[in-house]
Design a protein around this ligand. Structure first.
Ligand code: PEP
Ligand code: CO
Length: 471
């Protein structure tokens, strides 16, 4: 990421752009705001927010604008977006090994995608702030005891006790710090040559050697290495641009009081930037265009992701895009479709056509994870007889393939994919080249929330996407 720094100066009301004139950094407070923690001590929250407001930003407006440009290029088919990471990060996973392995799998996938698509890849992590989760119910009852649901490490703790489940505002500070620590390590690795295309062995994951697709991956690495040496012979020196790559951060925009505390004006740039992340997205449960999350996003200059699902009506989607991007700015609105393999064929085409016919600039991304979650009951292993949340690799792949097909048919562009994955050897999704079964889920299921592709499945998905997206 570029190193230029913003001071993150405090808000003043003088330079809001005309299209957001009635917006303020707290105008969302006047609207319905769902999925928010209820803190027992309001004054403790106010103290935390004051502290956050005084801390430096996590990202810069300069990086945010660079991402918006890259997204606009992806929407024109000039780049491809690889967006991935955990469903929810946890504070305990803020470790050297976990962060490095997430970067490694994203780098390996992007190498495969560069090879197949012949396009530059925009890498976006679901990391450095993905600590808050929307939930379908506000409380959970066990043995007659009702407690608030676990909403992510930024809000409360997962143990089923009153103390752990009571939202604690100081966790927002811990989340800010973990985000900063993660970003610091990512930036240092990237700037230190970790992502150098001359040395893909830096990000070799040991297990790739034993993976069913290890041979094919190695052939791609060798072929890119050869091309690079060829180009450098012609150029008469090292191509410096190959020594580093950009990683952008993203998380679901959920706890608005925290996001507002990091939303600032910066010197020499118009408007307001949410400096907690490059690319915040609005989840399906908070996507009402008349409610608080949309109001908040309306006034920030970041690119904004919006999940689009089976209940998204055409009119609502058109309205949402117009509200978020009154100037129809390329790269600003990122629509993340997530229907499930069985529904996308019917549901996506009318939405794509409506946006295309209205000539609205959007960046279409396919999330093949969230519409394909199902519950199975393994018959063997530790989890025999218990319900487990999983996803089938074949469904995930089928949704991505249909997304390509639909966009091709409609003359629009699928700009990228958004996946839940980990660089570790977990068994949370079934299928893939190794043929994981429901019974394998008992072996290494670690996700606290949604099931993620493991490193082999993630790499395999990248290979299959690369074939599909080949020019
Ligand atoms: C998510 O991306 O983890 C998520 C909760 O997605 P959605 O809002 O699409 O259900
Ligand atoms: Co999820």
């Amino acid at each position: 990421m570029p190193a230029r720094l913003d001071s993150g100066s405090q808000p003043s009301s003088s330079s809001a752009s005309p299209s957001v004139s009635s917006w303020t950094v707290s105008s969302w407070r006047d609207l319905a705001c769902t999925q928010q923690p209820i803190y027992p001590d309001e004054s403790a929250l106010v103290r935390v927010l004051d502290e956050v407001r005084a801390l430096p930003p996590l990202v810069t407006s300069y990086e945010i604008e660079a991402l918006k440009l890259a997204l606009a290029e992806a929407a024109r088919g000039e780049r491809f977006v690889l967006w991935g990471g955990d469903c929810a990060e946890s504070f305990s996973d803020c470790t050297s090994a976990a962060i490095a392995s997430k970067l490694k799998i994203l780098l390996q996938m992007s190498l495969v995608l560069v090879h197949g698509t012949r396009k530059r890849i925009v890498r976006i992590g679901r990391f450095a702030g993905q600590y808050a989760k929307p939930r379908s119910t506000p409380t959970e009852t066990k043995n007659g005891i009702e407690l608030p649901t676990f909403r992510g490490d930024n809000v409360n703790r997962p143990e089923f006790t009153k103390e752990a489940r009571t939202p604690d505002p100081t966790l927002l500070l811990r989340g800010y710090e973990r985000s900063a620590l993660t970003l610091n390590f990512v930036r240092a690795l990237v700037d230190g040559g970790f992502a150098d295309l001359h040395h893909p062995e830096n990000w070799d994951l040991e297990f790739v050697k034993h993976a069913p697709l290890g041979g094919e991956y190695q052939r791609m690495v060798d072929s890119i290495g050869e091309s690079l040496r060829f180009m450098e012979t012609l150029a008469g020196g090292t191509i410096l641009a190959m020594q580093r790559v950009d990683f952008f951060t993203s998380h679901e925009l959920l706890v608005l009081a925290y996001e507002a505390a990091l939303t600032r004006q910066v010197p020499r740039r118009e408007g307001w930037f949410n400096l907690s992340t490059h690319l915040p997205w609005i989840g399906l449960r908070t996507s009402d265009p008349t409610a608080a999350h949309m109001e908040f996003c309306r006034g920030i200059r970041n690119p904004v992701g919006v999940k689009v699902g089976p209940d998204t009506a055409i009119e609502t989607l058109l309205h949402t895009v117009r509200v978020l991007s009154p100037d129809n700015e390329p790269g600003r609105v990122v629509l993340i479709s997530r229907f499930g393999a069985h529904r996308i064929g019917r549901a996506l085409p009318p939405l794509v056509r409506a946006i295309r016919d209205a000539k609205l600039h959007v960046v279409w991304i396919c999330d093949p994870m969230h519409g394909n979650t199902e519950t199975v009951v393994p018959t063997a292993g530790e989890w025999a007889g218990k319900s487990v949340k999983t996803r089938k690799f074949a469904h995930i792949l089928a949704e991505v393939e249909q997304a390509f097909e639909i966009h091709r048919n409609e003359g629009t562009v699928l700009a990228g994919v958004h996946v839940e994955l980990t660089g570790e050897n977990v068994t949370e999704c079934t299928g893939g080249a190794r043929g994981l079964t429901d019974d394998d889920l008992s072996r290494a299921y670690r996700s606290q929330v949604d099931p993620r592709l493991n490193y082999e499945q993630a790499l395999e998905l990248a290979m299959l996407i690369a074939r599909r997206a080949a020019p």
